[in-house]
Design a protein around this ligand. Sequence first.
Ligand code: F6R
Length: 608
Amino acid sequence: MCGISAIASYQPVAKKLYQCLINLEYRGYDSCGMAIFDQQEQQINLRKNIGNVEEVNAVENFADMRGIIGIAHTRWATHGGVTPENSHPHFSNDSNFVIVHNGIFSNYQSIKKKLIAEGFIFSSDTDTEVFANLLQSKYQEVNNVELAFISALKELEGSFAISMICTFEPEKIYAVKKDSPLVLGICDGANYVSSDINAFIAETKDVILLDDYEYVILTNKQYVIKSLADQKIVKKNIIKIKWDQQTAQRGGYSHYMLKEIFDQPLTIKSAMHVSDEEIKKIARKFIDKSQSFLIGVGTTYYVAMVGTYLLAKYAKLYVPAISSDEFPTLVQAHSDQHMIFFSQSGETYDTRMAIKVSQMGGAETSAIVNVVGSSISQMVNDCIYQGSGPEICVVSTKAAVSQMVILYRIAMETGILNGTLSIEKANDIQSNLKLLPDIIEKLINEESGFIRQLAQETNQNKNWLFMGRGIYYPIALESALKMKEVTYIHAEGLPAGFLKHGTLAMIDDSLYSIFFLPANDGSELYKTTLMAIEEVKARSGKVISFCLVDDLETQNLSDHYFVIPDVDSDIMPLIELVIAQLFSYYSALHMGLNIDKPRNLAKSVTVG
Ligand code: F6R
């Protein structure tokens, strides 16, 4: 949540900073602003307002701002409402220091009181303005920018990524991080700081990842990274980023969500290219440790749940999935455990806290993460990068499906090690997973029209139930979450077998239920899900189902159905999930909603 950018250049920075803000907007979009040092006036100019980046630019005209060094911020409100005053950047009272900040200073109230007693005046409700004024106060004491910066940071607790410029050293950007991401982009003639590589990927692919408690002082020609603890210089490697700007852009698609759904054939291929060694290393831990847990939150909790079903099926192991936010309450971590964490962004606060709790107890930790160099990837013992490329839409699609594919591979490998899955069967499933990209590509190209039409027909519906049994249950949960996020319409996911234990009371002819089913193979899973459909139909409920073209039994019971290709039953759940993603997308499209940036959400939830 919130995106930070800063540039020190030989050239005017306003336009580039604006582009960085656009590229970071998925992290938060309720207000934004920019501060640039103007050499002619020898002062920092600041413009900010509420609205998304384009809206604010239309009023504030960022391109007008003169200067070759500046900072910028796009906000997702945490402390203080969405007002121009609470938008970033924030000046110190004397306008000599200006700050952008991501994270939360947990003890800011007490410091604010102290500063007010010293005579400081606050114009916002933010914790960030406290840092700006504390900096001014410290500078008045020590008369040295670096020492003031360090001394102010030492007083504040919580999480932060900060960039700062000031009139005393107008050629320098100061930046620091703890528990919030911050990366440097290094190139000839300009150096960048940002919350995310995507901000400056068009300018440079040479990147340095800052670690917690490191700060950087950077000009247009050099950078020095130091440790906050002792101010010693830290040597860091430059990483070459492989993806390009095009991967991060929308291409011809009307929304990132649609592009990212259509990206899935490629991202599944990347998931299949994760090395066997990496998969085996994690699988081994399920065998070696006496207890394991799968942990994520939101979509990645549902990813974890899919893992529970896969490990039960292939490795005959019960590995519970736990939502990251509930993890500290539920689990007593110890050294004979293995925890595997799932996170697209690699920055999610609840998941980071669950890792910390695990590590304090001495548990072995692994993670599957999309964003290279993210906090979670650095925290765990072993990290698999899923290689899905940037996921820009706030709502997760391709990252989740890729993580599920990696889980298939881990569960199969665990089954082989455990002696519960034959190599032949594993090869069989592996071959089917390899077919998945082509199957999905064909499906989304051929079926989009029908899915779109059905989304339009059911558009007035105000309540959805999404149901499935077995592995189709987390698929139903994840599909319901997609619907809620992009349409703002109530969608409840539940196990199909649970229906008759209460929720059935809701069924009438105005309520739509979507059923996720396996193929009509005579299995218990199929038969018992069909029974739930019958329960709904008997009460005049509306039914949409997934079925094969020749499954007349399901079709006759359904008001509408998505025809699924006759593929191996192991990979069927992933195909149904992709169709459900598209269905949610088109439902929101017909409603004219802001699909890539749903209200009240942010891509990366770095606060608790
Ligand atoms: C849903 C969604 C969120 C995230 C959750 C965890 O579409 O995007 O529920 O899945 O906030 O985020 P990561 O995966 O970044 O840890």
